[in-house]
Design a protein around this ligand. Structure first.
Ligand SMILES: *Cc1c(COP(=O)(O)O)cnc(C)c1O
Length: 391
């Protein structure tokens, strides 16, 4: 019996549970954090914040990058920048993280949900035009899994109505659409450096601004409604209250950590790419026999390798695969419960059946463990577990 076990492969592999996500150091994080403390500047806008912001501006081709305490806060800043008023509407996918919408609901906006494309799970650009009204103040492009939305079409529709497009690029840093960087394609974009994202400092984010006319006001909103940024640059001799705002500035301790993560971006991207490709190659044949669908990346998009999902043939098949993997000590999770069906979303009068592609796909989707520290051995174990027995 012992002998058989040895040859039966993964089933007897001794593994501790495989976490869905786990943060890891990429290089100089702890050294830079110590350096930030030594420099004596651990509040915001210190030397490491400047380094990260210049790196993001250069690499992502944006006018201005402002580090924030989270992606959610970057989105809240965007809501203040577009002067959202109660009763205004925003168009966003229902298949997204709650913050995409909540940052705007906080200012009194009403979310109008668009359905997604069945192939990329991004907002369906063909379904946006009919949702535009005289009160629409923003259209959201959430680059799901770091695969670009159809930005040319979305910008054309928005431009015809003079409505800004805001990119929620929490998942897509360093991805490209038709050769252009995600985050540089709308009027503004939000990034996340939460521990679940490709590059992290625990909690953090950034607002990217592509319209230079918005930069000064964004700096004010981020600095509690004061012109402190101009004061620091010596452009005014005292700083004072000039506008609405809040406290959205990231500590330089976190920026130091983040700078080390971003410096190692080439290795991290290569690492994530190999994880993604190993899943794809390992599961391609299985997916055909199991009636499952693997992620689709259009040829004109370079993805960020943020996550790997499976679309199972039914909700029951999805749930049973999650349970089966759990039995093997593997954490897999679903993603997202559609916002229009949530308790809060229901307040806007949506019913089941209103946004059919989103409802169908979100019930059949599961995400596999995906993080920089996932090794080949663990990945093969996961792939073998998926392929074993009945799906
Ligand atoms: C992670 C995520 C956010 C929120 O990021 P925080 O930094 O945690 O606020 C927003 N939108 C999307 C699409 C995300 O994936």
């Amino acid at each position: 019996m012992q002998k058989e076990d040895r040859n039966s492969g993964f089933e007897h592999a001794v593994l501790s549970d495989i976490a869905f996500n786990r943060a890891s150091l990429a290089g100089n994080e702890l050294e830079y954090v110590a350096d930030a403390v030594d420099c004596g500047h651990i509040a915001g806008d210190g030397p490491y914040t400047k380094r990260v912001e210049r790196l993001l501006e250069a690499e992502l081709s944006v006018s201005r990058a402002l580090l924030t305490t989270s992606c959610t806060h970057a989105l809240e800043m965007a809501a203040l920048l577009i002067d959202l008023q109660p009763g205004d509407e925003i168009i966003a996918p229902s298949f997204t993280f709650v913050s995409t919408v909540n940052a705007f609901v906080l200012r009194g906006a009403r979310p109008v949900f668009a359905d997604i494309r069945p192939d990329t799970l991004n907002i369906d650009e063909k379904k946006i035009a009919t949702l535009i009204t005289g009160r629409t103040r923003a259209i959201f492009a959430v680059h799901y899994a770091g695969v670009g939305c159809e930005m040319d079409e979305i910008n054309a529709i928005a431009g015809a109505h003079n409505i800004p497009v805001i990119e929620d690029n929490a998942q897509g840093i360093f991805g490209r659409y038709k050769g252009r960087r995600l985050g540089s394609l709308g009027s503004m974009a939000a990034l996340s450096f939460h521990e679940t994202k490709n590059f992290t400092c625990g909690e953090g984010g950034a607002l990217l601004i592509n319209d230079p006319a918005q930069v000064e006001r964004a700096e004010i909103i981020r600095e509690k409604g004061t012109n402190r940024s101009r004061f620091i640059r010596g452009q005014v001799d005292k700083y004072t209250w000039v506008d609405v705002g809040s406290s959205y500035v990231m500590s330089d301790i976190l920026a130091a950590f983040l700078y080390a993560q971003l410096e190692a971006r080439d290795q991290t991207i290569a690492r994530r790419r190999s994880i993604w490709e190993r899943y794809f190659e390992g599961l391609e044949d299985w997916s055909k026999s199991a009636g499952a669908v693997l992620p689709y990346v259009p040829p004109h998009c370079d993805q960020s390798y943020h996550l790997f999902y499976l679309l199972m043939p039914s909700e029951a098949a999805r749930d049973s695969l999650i349970r089966k993997l759990h039995g093997y000590g593997i954490q897999s999770v679903f993603h997202y419960l559609p916002l229009h069906l949530s308790g809060k979303g229901q307040e806007y009068g949506y019913e089941r059946g209103d946004i059919p592609v989103t409802e169908d796909l979100s019930a059949r989707l599961l995400r596999l463990p995906f993080h920089n520290g996932l090794d080949e051995y663990q990945q093969n174990y996961i792939i073998d577990a998926i392929k074993s027995g009945a799906a």
